[in-house]
Write a new protein. Structure first.
Lengths: 386, 129
């Protein structure tokens, strides 16, 4: 169960997932992430460290506690209409058991949050949302769906969410469930018995640009810990590594998966972020659509590009991007060494005229303009299965 | 890991090993542990005059950027060029993966730094690993 611990007056509260004690027992380095105390990496003695954890997911399998993510359930005769009204992708295309990437928009077409919409039943949808925006998202969803005949429930504290990611994730999870995972395609979901727990939601989703699964189990500490250790034991023969938020960030960055507050936010529009393919303008109505139509006609002033450092240096979040004459033209939204690609990469907002692949730019690092170039994205694409 | 007693330590987690007027500088095992996988070390040019307490370089892990602080004033006489291509050596053995050598302008400055035992105590009190 996610708990809120009260701290002395004036101090902010720190939230913990039901697996907090497990992470500590395993020696994880804990950090504050949007008010949540989460593991950033595990010790090298158990195969951890951001680079090892990242490589495990790319080449084998890793597991993550992602219980800080929030969950909103919409259920009722008008659940689909409600989801269609508040999200930019077309949920009417979802079969029962299917999921899609989408986003909640403000009327001005900037982001409330990005979400994964799961269709759990004929009239039942689950939105998985970001940790840092839980309360904001829930009140926004509730406030914008009152006119529909459906119930909106915040299930965020009901689940411990564990992600099992990497090409061998399927082998690990198959040992622990009676569900036939080979029948579950990417971005589909099923239900099955997992570690003896019946009717567990199993989704073939993730935030690593790799194959993998996310399971939603009851959030009590004992069950959460038992399942965590059972996955760890089942993964032993596949050299499964527990992974923290450090690897989660570098994995998602290689795959150009947006992070709220970085590539998308309440001041960035869908067109700027380049998420056009998840935005279905053929839908007659959804919050933000009118502003999107208007913005499309005006053309964007900045666009998200991938950068690769060509000179020695690491671009970091917030660093300035300069043109070849050192004029400030944009900023880095996320930057890091890419452990699998072994390059220093970044995502950045720059003017469209400087967004062509191959354009030479600079990133300002400690007062110096360090050479970079625009490269195709995503930086990493997982190999297709034969 | 025990902290070698043949050198002094700073509260900003550098070590300095003096031999007469010359000294070798690196970061501590605690520092490398706190940083995680080190991927980048930026060091000053040979001949640079360093002032005690001022930054002399940068060390970056996958996740973090951290300044390196000068434990005692002096002129840089040598840098460990190996760290440009193999920064992970600092993770493997921080107490032998030195960063710079300096000609000390005032060796007495080392008297004010922490002994191995004091540093270990300092790290423990700081809530370190």
């Amino acid at each position: 169960m996610s708990s809120v611990e009260s701290t002395p007056a004036g101090a902010t509260t720190v939230r913990k997932t039901a697996l907090n004690a497990v992470h500590r027992q395993m020696g994880a380095k804990m950090v504050d992430f949007n008010g949540w105390e989460m593991p950033v990496e595990y010790p090298a003695s158990i195969g951890g460290g951001i680079i090892n954890e990242h490589m495990a997911v790319r080449t084998g399998v890793g597991m993550f506690d992602v219980s800080h993510m929030g969950d909103i359930r919409l259920v009722g005769p008008e659940a689909l209409a409600a989801v269609q009204h508040i999200s930019m992708n077309d949920a009417s295309r979802l079969a029962v058991g299917q999921a899609q990437y989408s986003a909640l928009l403000y009327p001005q077409a900037t982001f409330v949050d990005d979400v994964i919409v799961h269709r759990l039943g004929e009239e039942e949808y689950l939105l998985v949302i970001n940790a840092g925006t839980r309360e904001k998202d829930f009140s926004w969803v509730r406030g914008n769906t009152r006119q529909f005949d459906c119930d909106v429930e915040d299930l965020s504290d009901a689940f411990t969410q564990i992600a099992i990611q990497g090409p061998k994730g399927v082998d690990v999870l198959q040992k622990l469930t009676d569900a036939d995972l080979s029948a579950v395609k990417f971005y589909w979901l099923t239900r099955g018995t997992v570690c003896g727990l019946r009717n567990i939601l199993i989704a073939r989703t993730g935030y690593t640009a790799e194959d993998g699964f996310e399971i939603y189990i009851p959030a009590d500490e004992a069950t959460s810990a038992r399942v965590w250790y059972e996955i760890l034991a089942a993964g032993k023969e596949f050299e499964l590594v527990p992974c923290g938020l450090g690897a989660r960030n570098t994995l998602r960055l290689e795959g150009k998966l947006p992070l709220y507050g970085h590539e998308i936010s309440d001041t960035i529009s869908v067109w700027e972020a380049g998420l056009d393919r998840f935005c279905k303008m053929e839908k007659s109505e959804f919050v933000g659509r009118d502003a999107l139509v208007k913005a499309k006609a005006e053309s964007v002033k900045r666009t998200l590009v991938g950068l690769e450092m060509v000179e020695r240096g690491i671009a970091r979040d917030g660093y300035k991007v300069l043109d070849s004459s050192r004029r400030e033209i944009g900023y880095v939204t996320s930057g890091s060494p890419a452990p699998f690609l072994k390059k220093n990469i970044a995502l950045a907002y720059v003017p469209p005229e400087l967004s062509e692949v191959g354009t030479a730019l600079k990133v300002e690092i400690r007062g110096q303009g360090v050479g970079a170039k625009v490269v195709p994205t995503p930086f990493y694409k997982r190999p297709k299965k034969v | 890991m025990p902290y070698p007693t043949d050198r002094k330590y700073t509260k900003s987690h550098e070590w300095i090993q003096a031999n007469g007027k010359s000294a070798t500088v690196g970061i501590t095992d605690h520092a490398q542990e706190a940083l995680g996988d080190i991927v980048f070390v930026e060091l000053p040019k040979v001949g640079t005059e360093l002032a005690v307490g001022k930054p002399f370089g940068t060390v970056e892990s996958v996740k973090a950027v951290s300044d390196l602080f000068t434990p005692a004033s002096g002129k840089v006489t040598e840098i460990n060029g190996e760290l440009a291509t193999s920064p992970e050596k600092v993770n493997k053995d921080a107490h032998s993966a030195w960063m710079i050598k300096i000609a000390l302008s005032d060796p007495k400055q080392l008297d004010g730094l922490l002994s191995a035992a004091d540093y270990e105590k300092f790290v423990a009190e700081e809530g370190g690993h």
